[in-house]
Design a protein around this ligand. Structure first.
Ligand SMILES: [Zn+2]
Length: 444
């Protein structure tokens, strides 16, 4: 292992062991542990450092190498330091051990996204200790609270100290997986994200005694009917500007490809597809989706509940806004809509960054330096990342990275928030090198 990759591995192990688990509560995360580690790793190099801690323990770190030309484009390398919770019983190794087994680093965050957060820090330190002076500002942003909607992290900094992170180009999680023909692979770069429209549906009934339910008005029974309606609701598919490229790069047979590109046949093709993971991803990228995931209320076995709150995770397609979400809910619920108050929990529309710019070209060159025949492929991801906040601020934002050709897309996807999360050391080497190559090319 070369020295630089060794630094990325070691830093990744430390970040995994810090267990910055974000369970959605303000008191979780404890990203201050990793902000401290990253600050001491980067301190001493010729950089400016700022810290933000909007909520106790939820620290984010901004590190800057000032550019020599105020008119040159600025670049921000952003990685989140929090990880999602884990059930250790379903893992083959300690999720917070950071063990190396057969050339892979194991642990929660190994692909989402401490691998990238650590490789970006190593590239940053390498550049500054070697006296690299970028033309525009080069920023490293190690940010808290990505996994629960960014309120204690990127959204807070964007609202309260936007100048600290304002940039022309943002690179973050998580592209760089090889797909298609191994001789002329596609490398996926996330150029867009679906919208997030989390809603809380408050369902009203009349409270009463559980011993006498006859002719009662039970909010939980209504909630069950509403959940069934939302689960069965299937809005028609709609194709966005990246759909054709996405489908064509899958390398499927002509019959399947043509079916996926036909709005009338798409749903049937997805229903009969043998690989569930691929079908699920393609469905998400071509439909507005509704997933009922939380039920809350005064739950007691002898009380008929008078009110139930239902948490619904809605993900919208490019071009849809809050009024479209409202129309969908009305269409799905029919007359039951009258019994429901809708509260907006999160409302971020889908975002897509263009590719006709020097950053895209620099990424292409940097990836071709390692894989000469590879072509970049734009992709829209169903999940959200902090990139959406930067796109709203006017940045061009890409989910990038560069992984080993041996890492299969389906295996990689299954490790996100999944069991046995791990990353091979070759991928850590390639990703570290990618940031160095892109920054030197674009900003040198
Ligand atoms: Zn992530």
């Amino acid at each position: 292992m070369d020295a630089l990759t060794g630094e990325t591995v070691e830093l990744l192990q430390t970040l995994i062991r810090n267990q910055c688990v974000n369970d959605g509560t303000a008191a979780s995360g404890h990203e201050i542990r990793s902000a401290d580690v990253l600050q001491s790793y980067l301190e001493g190099a010729a950089v400016d450092i700022e810290r933000f801690e909007p909520t106790p323990g939820r620290s984010s770190l901004v590190v800057r190498i000032e550019g020599s030309d105020p008119n040159a484009p600025s670049v921000c390398l952003m990685g989140h330091t929090d990880v999602v919770p884990v059930n250790p019983d379903t893992w083959d190794r300690d999720p917070f051990g950071g063990e190396i087994v057969d050339g892979e680093v194991w642990g929660r965050g190994a692909v989402d996204m401490l691998n990238i957060t650590s490789s970006m820090a190593v590239a940053m330190r390498q550049l500054s200790t070697n006296g690299f002076r970028p033309k525009g500002d080069l920023i490293y942003f190690a940010v808290a609270d990505e996994e629960s909607g960014s309120k204690h992290g990127a959204q807070w900094v964007a609202d309260h100290a936007p100048e600290a992170i304002r940039c022309d180009y943002l690179l973050t999680e998580s592209g760089g997986i090889h797909t298609g023909d191994a001789d002329v692979p596609f490398i996926g770069i996330n150029t867009g994200e679906k919208g997030v429209a989390w809603r809380k549906l408050r369902i009203h009934g009349t409270p009463g005694h559980g011993s006498a339910p006859f002719r009662s008005d039970n909010a939980l029974v209504k909630a069950a009917a509403i959940i069934q309606k939302l689960a069965a609701y299937q809005p028609a598919p709609r194709f966005h500007e990246l759909w054709r490229e996405e489908v064509e790069s899958l390398g499927l047979d002509d019959e399947t490809t043509n079916g996926l590109l036909d709005e009338k046949r798409l749903d049937d093709v997805l229903a009969s597809m043998s690989h569930t993971g691929t079908a699920r991803r393609l469905h998400a990228c071509s439909h507005t989706t509704f997933s009922c995931n939380v039920v809350e209320g005064p739950m007691k076995t002898n009380i008929i509940p008078g009110v139930i709150d239902l948490g619904v995770d809605i993900r919208t397609l490019p071009g849809e806004d809050a009024s479209d979400v409202e129309a969908h809910l009305h269409a799905a619920l029919g007359s039951l809509a009258d019994d429901v108050d809708v509260e907006i929990v999160m409302n971020d529309v889908a975002s897509i960054s263009r590719t006709d710019n020097p950053m895209w070209d620099a990424l292409q060159r940097a990836i071709n330096a390692r894989f000469p025949s590879a072509r970049l492929r734009q992709q829209l991801v169903a999940g959200f990342t902090d990139a959406r906040i930067f796109r709203r601020m006017g940045s061009i934002a890409y989910g990038a990275g560069l992984f080993s050709p041996d890492l299969q897309a389906a295996d990689y996807a299954a490790r996100f928030h999944g069991n046995n999360e791990r990353i091979d050391i070759e991928s850590l080497r390639l990703t570290t090198q990618l940031w160095l190559d892109v920054v030197r090319d674009l900003m040198g």
